[in-house]
Design a binder for this molecule. Structure first.
Ligand SMILES: [Zn+2]
Length: 341
């Protein structure tokens, strides 16, 4: 491995293919950190590299046809194999974040020709401090050496395995940076950790007191834990009904004062207008389907997505038909009267 400390204008061993890969890695980081959740992955696209190799190969084959000697022809064809080999080398190389420049334009860490350097992109993500979705810029880590500053090579097995640590700062509030841990195996990048838990905002149509259950359901589902996600969706429905019961909109306690979900479902169904029940998804049905799934401990991704969508549809319809106002009237009418003095 060629080491040239202090010189950034080092010739990359990977040539044009290395440049194309560098751009693709930056794009994959942006997609991963902007659009994906914990434990989700993206693949670095090699489409541009393949396109380039194909174009080069077409040109070389054409040139080989008109080549004067067999030796010239051979050298043309060898060039094609060389490109394919270069692609393999670049994909198996260590990838590293381009080092920051220090004084006199000298990079702060050793630069190596065999490494594929890439720039960290600007990303968009939800800021846990100012609660909005803003651009985040890479934030320098100020660590001593390359191994600890951006990436650690775990080991080389069939594929290159690396772990990157990247800090990002919200451009709106410029407070504590978010730090992400990204694992690379071959061309696959996985979001393997983050310094602060991701928050998933709940749609405004949902009652405020169930927002937390909705967010937790989505965080679990997005991280590949759909079964606990389904459980949280069921808790959301249950707690929505329980709140109506607390406000005396639904009256369903048994003689021992206990609440039963099936009775809550029936009582809720009873107060819904007929045209609503005919047209919109039933919370009772969603609750029942999720319960069946939980009893079988089935992590049903399709059911999660369908239930999530139908819950929102249900509450959106409630909003349009002004059912909250009706419930408020019921609550006022049924609330235990204050004793007259
Ligand atoms: Zn912020």
């Amino acid at each position: 491995m060629t080491k040239r400390s202090g010189l950034f204008a080092v010739t990359s061993a990977h040539g044009k293919i290395g440049e194309l890969l560098s751009v693709a890695v930056t794009q994959a980081f942006q997609d991963l950190l902007t659009n994906k959740h914990l434990y989700q992955s993206v693949e670095v696209s090699v489409a541009a590299i393949d396109e380039y190799i194909k174009e080069r190969a077409d040109a070389e084959y054409k040139a080989a046809e008109y080549a004067g000697s067999d030796r010239q022809k051979e050298s043309r064809l060898r060039e094609v194999t060389e490109q394919v080999k270069q692609k393999k080398n670049a994909l198996e190389a260590i990838w590293a974040v381009t080092p920051a420049m220090g004084a006199f334009g000298v990079p702060q860490t050793t630069v190596e020709a065999n490494i594929v350097y890439f720039e960290l992109p600007t990303i968009y993500t939800l800021c846990p401090t100012c609660d909005g979705r803003w651009p985040f810029n890479p934030f320098p880590l100020h660590l001593e050496d390359r191994t600890s500053s951006g990436e650690a090579v775990v080991h080389h097995m069939d594929d290159a395995v690396e772990v990157f640590v990247c800090a990002y700062q919200c451009q709106a509030c410029k407070t504590e940076p978010l730090v992400f841990l990204i694992r690379r195996r071959g061309v696959k990048l996985t979001l393997a950790g983050r310094s602060r838990i991701e928050s998933v905002p709940a749609p405004a149509v949902l009652p405020k007191h169930v927002h937390g259950f909705y967010s937790d359901a989505l965080i679990a589902h997005n991280a590949g834990k759909t079964l606990p996600g389904l459980f949280m969706l069921r808790v959301l429905i249950e707690q929505f009904w329980a709140d109506l019961e607390r406000r005396h909109v639904l009256i369903v306690r048994d003689e021992r004062g206990r609440l039963h979900a099936d009775q809550l479902a029936d009582a809720y169904n009873d107060i819904l207008p007929r045209e609503f029940k005919d047209r919109f998804p039933s919370l009772g049905k969603i609750y029942e389907d999720i319960s069946d799934c939980l009893h079988d401990a089935r992590a049903d991704i399709k059911l999660f997505e369908k239930s999530q969508q139908e819950i929102i549809e249900h509450f959106d319809a409630r909003r349009v038909m002004k059912l909250d106002a009706e419930d408020d009237q019921r609550a006022a009418a049924k609330a235990p009267k204050a004793k007259a003095r």
